[in-house]
Design a protein. Structure first.
Length: 98
């Protein structure tokens, strides 16, 4: 069985225990050039940052800005139970965002 780093840590924390953490600046940034092709590969990062990129491009497109192509690769062992954003991403694909 494989466990995620953060989720495993939180699972095994004791009630009323102390945890120390800090946030850092993200290295994942959407390009300023709205026509730049964005190639995204979810290799353990999860979909959240990429979902935000697609939502940003959708917003820009809705305001009349021309946007470039986006390509997303990600995977999971069990798509029926792990693909939480299936309908959303299939909608983006139909719109031509992905």
């Amino acid at each position: 069985t494989k466990f995620g780093l953060c989720s495993s840590f939180l699972t095994f924390c004791r009630p009323n225990g102390y945890m120390i953490g800090h946030s850092t600046h993200s290295v994942m940034k959407i390009p300023d050039d709205t026509m730049a092709h964005i190639f995204m590969a979810g290799l353990g990062t999860g979909l959240a940052p990429f979902r935000a990129f697609v939502e940003q491009r959708k917003f820009q497109k809705s305001k009349g800005t021309k946007v470039g192509n986006m390509t997303l690769f990600f995977g999971g062992r069990y798509s029926k139970t792990e693909y939480y954003y299936r309908e959303e991403f299939e909608g983006y694909e139909k719109e031509g965002l992905l």
